[in-house]
Design a protein around this ligand. Structure first.
Ligand code: COA
Length: 306
């Protein structure tokens, strides 16, 4: 028994903000941002609710399922539109749903933590879940702070998940939290994101490698079996360093951060969507989904597309 991935959708704001545009108001440059992060441009605008609803609608259309067949809406977000009510309720309302809806916050690991939550819900009686990752990080960025402004962006990705009594696509899951590292990346009420970038970088590589190795071990495979890595999109150098340590070449890693920046909970579904659009997802093949974020939190899963 288990979880089947049915259909995917994404939504990003129309407004493109290039590195050159940022360097008009910040002491930075296109060259620095590209070299140190891999980001060329990002999308800015909208709200977590509006982007999430659009991505959710597209995922349902992609899966060919009607809204009334959804029996739970889960939203992974670090940037809810309001403290209360949960932004997932706005998404449910927009889609005409009255099933339970709730938000999950695990920062940039949010999509993975919500996927794990969805797995639990599906294995205990739910039939179909709409899982959305949506972020409006730009609202919590100090646009005079070059440390954060060059990295964070807005966007949403969504997936429809079905329960299947005959088997599932998720073969293993490894998640963790180290709350003693909380101060490395924070955003206070009414404040802005702040980060010790170097230390986040160092720890990110470690937790991605460790959790990915354990997830592959639990799934009974090695890195050679992995056809596709769908990593959290924070920095190309983090992806390169982790891939190298795992013995996985970059050709197998999905990279969309050059176009979308770091969209936190949305980055893994955005990356997956892009990979599928480009014909990189094939049934029967193994993929590694892996992420990390403020908390610190981390999560890796091995999936085999049905
Ligand atoms: N533009 C231009 N120069 C910048 C800059 C910017 N946006 N930000 C920092 N610099 C400067 C620094 O002041 C420093 O100058 P100095 O050598 O004169 O002191 C130099 O660039 C190098 O800074 P450093 O902080 O060592 O750069 P870095 O290689 O560590 O890259 C990050 C900085 C933030 C890109 C990188 O540490 C990172 O990506 N960390 C992880 C962040 C992350 O993933 N966060 C999300 C978690 S979900």
């Amino acid at each position: 028994m288990g979880v089947r991935f049915r259909g995917w959708g994404m939504a990003v704001p129309d407004r493109v903000v290039t590195n050159d545009e940022l360097s008009q108001t910040l002491d930075t440059s296109d060259e620095w941002i590209r070299e140190r992060t891999g980001i060329r441009e990002r999308r800015i605008g909208g709200s977590s609710g509006s982007l999430g609803a659009l991505a959710g609608q597209r995922a349902m259309a992609d899966a060919g399922v009607s809204a009334d067949s959804i029996d739970f809406v889960l939203l992974a977000t670090t940037t809810p539109d309001r403290i209360a009510p949960a932004t997932s309720t706005a998404i449910a309302a927009e889609l005409g749903l009255t099933c339970p809806a709730m938000d999950v916050n695990a920062a940039c690991s949010g999509f993975m933590f919500a996927l794990r939550t969805a797995q639990g819900l599906l294995e205990t009686g739910n039939k179909r879940i709409l899982l959305v990752g949506a972020e409006n990080l730009s609202r919590w960025v100090d646009w005079n702070d070059r440390n954060m402004a060059v990295l964070l962006a807005d966007g949403a990705g969504a997936v429809v998940l079905d329960y299947d009594e005959n088997g599932g696509d998720i073969l293993s899951f490894v998640l963790g939290t180290d709350g003693t590292a909380a101060e490395l990346l924070t955003c206070e009420h009414g404040g802005y994101f702040q980060m010790d970038g170097k230390e986040v970088f160092r720890r990110a590589v470690r937790v991605v490698v460790d959790s990915a190795q354990e997830a592959m071990e639990r799934a009974g495979i090695t890195s050679e079996d992995i056809s596709l890595v769908v990593p959290h999109q924070a920095n190309i150098r983090i992806i390169q360093a982790a891939a190298q340590r795992l013995g996985i070449d970059m050709e197998r890693c999905v990279v969309v951060l050059d176009r979308y920046g770091n969209t936190s909970s949305s980055s893994i579904p955005l990356a997956f969507f892009d990979a599928r659009e480009n014909g990189r997802v094939h049934s029967g093949e193994y993929a590694l989904l892996t992420g990390f974020g403020a908390g610190m939190t981390w999560a890796s899963a091995v999936v085999r597309w049905s």
